[in-house]
Design a protein around this ligand. Structure first.
Ligand SMILES: C[S@@+](CC[C@H](N)C(=O)[O-])C[C@H]1O[C@@H](n2cnc3c(N)ncnc32)[C@H](O)[C@@H]1O
Length: 419
């Protein structure tokens, strides 16, 4: 039984991993590191957090370590030949103890490498490493105060965790979990936000799922990079980027928060080649009333060519401000109104390809729409039409050789396509 009340301090922890091949470098350099897959959790590590090293090949969990720096990129760029750039410097707390059967132990405790360890599991885990010299209370007091050693001395005998305590299976709270990056081109986010703080406002019309932006941010930028959302609505992009350590600028024609700058996306007040990621969740036509501003592109029907002409001005601006090789993510959905289908996504994509190369196209499940009611589902069946089930996320890249792409791409005419 964990005596939670005995521990008042704010504690954070994280598991890093190594293999037989990479382990000695971890101990020699006193550096833990990872690649993009586990970077979102790793980069949350702050000085004095408790760290553990999972030896994947031998199924051992080494502990306890303490972070002696905040996580940063390339603290030692030459380590592991640059394969693991998300890094943190560590110190050893006393003699390092390897615990056997580590994967099962972590699973039982609800600990994964993709999320920071939640508080209760961390207390339990630290307790497993307690030596007989300390009482429970003294152990935690010692752990918070101790600086850690610059040299690693490992106990010869791996310990079995069954010896220490009888562990009941542990459930993690959803807000303590960070997901892994999406790995397919079909993304479905049941909730608009994630984590302990709201991202954007889930009551805002057409609000973007925060994890969609989170995925783009972690795939295409690094901490410290600049992200811009020229149509940022309730500010979801701003909230995600701030939590993930990116610089961010959010504009909107009708700002609803103080940290959103009033600006028309057709002219963005930033210099050429200065931005690392642009994300846009634009109006899909005039189906939603965002505000009364006459300059809102959401006042133009997507059945009109003018709608795409105006969005093309936003595309051009996004292209101009992005650094070569960097990414534009654009979310948009098709329209079916009054028995008429408009392929808004395809029409916009045609405009995008005049300037950008395609990295990929992702389908986003549409949820939380006003038409997601029994009545509308019945109408769709009875009157033989479909409710919109997905949106497109176009992931575009500003070509590295911008001159070449600009001239070549502008020749593409889809209705007269030639090989
Ligand atoms: C789908 S919403 C964006 C939602 C946002 N990503 C969020 O999570 O809250 C589209 C936004 O585009 C804005 N907008 C429309 N025309 C604009 C323009 N010309 N310049 C800048 N913003 C514009 C609207 O005010 C609206 O907030």
């Amino acid at each position: 039984m964990v005596r939670k009340q005995a521990i008042d301090m704010d504690m954070h922890g994280q598991v890093f991993a190594c293999t037989t091949k990479t382990k000695s470098e971890c101990f020699k350099r006193l550096l833990f590191s990872t690649n993009r897959t586990y970077a979102p959790a790793a980069m949350r590590v702050k000085r004095n957090d408790f760290l553990f090293l999972l030896d994947l090949d031998n199924d051992l969990l080494y502990g306890i370590f303490k972070a002696c720096s905040d996580a940063r990129m390339n603290i030692q760029p030459e380590a592991w030949n640059g394969k693991y750039p998300y890094q943190v410097e560590v110190r050893a707390i006393g003699e390092i103890l390897p615990i056997e059967n580590a994967k099962k132990l972590l699973e039982k405790m609800g600990i994964s490498r993709s999320s920071p360890i939640n508080r209760t599991s961390l207390i339990k885990l630290l307790e497993l490493y307690r030596s007989d010299r300390f009482s429970f209370e003294n152990w935690f007091e010692y752990l918070t105060k101790v600086e850690g050693l610059r040299k690693v001395q490992i106990s010869d005998e791996p310990k079995s965790w069954e010896l220490f305590s009888d562990l009941q299976k542990f459930k993690i709270k959803p807000e303590d979990e960070l997901p892994l990056l999406e790995s397919t081109t079909l993304w479905d986010f049941p909730r608009q936000s994630y984590g302990k703080t709201p991202k954007g406002n889930n009551k805002y019309p057409g609000v973007t799922p925060a994890l969609l932006i989170w995925n783009l941010v972690w795939r295409y930028t690094d901490p410290g990079d600049l992200v811009v959302d020229p149509m940022c609505g309730s500010g979801t992009t701003i909230d995600v980027c701030k939590e993930e350590g990116r610089r961010v600028i959010g504009y909107d024609i009708h700002p609803v928060r103080e940290d959103i700058i009033e600006n028309d996306a057709r002219s963005i007040p930033l210099s050429d080649n200065s931005v690392d990621l642009v994300f846009i969740d634009s109006p899909y036509g005039d189906n939603i009333r965002y505000n009364e501003n006459p300059a809102s592109i959401g006042k133009i029907s997507s059945e009109k060519e003018l709608f795409y002409d105006e969005l093309e001005k936003v595309i051009k601006e996004s292209y101009r401000i992005l650094k070569p090789g960097k990414t534009l993510g654009w979310l948009i959905g098709d329209q079916w109104v009054k028995k008429r289908f408009t392929p808004v996504g395809f029409n916009l994509y045609e405009r995008l390809t005049k300037y950008f190369e395609t990295r990929d196209i992702v389908c986003i499940t549409r949820r939380g729409q006003s038409s997601n009611t029994g009545l509308w589902h019945n109408r769709a069946r009875r009157f033989n039409f479909f409710l919109r089930g997905f949106k497109y996320l176009f992931i575009m890249k500003k070509p590295l050789d911008t001159k070449q792409k600009t001239e070549k791409a502008r020749k593409i005419k889809w209705n007269h396509y030639e090989r």
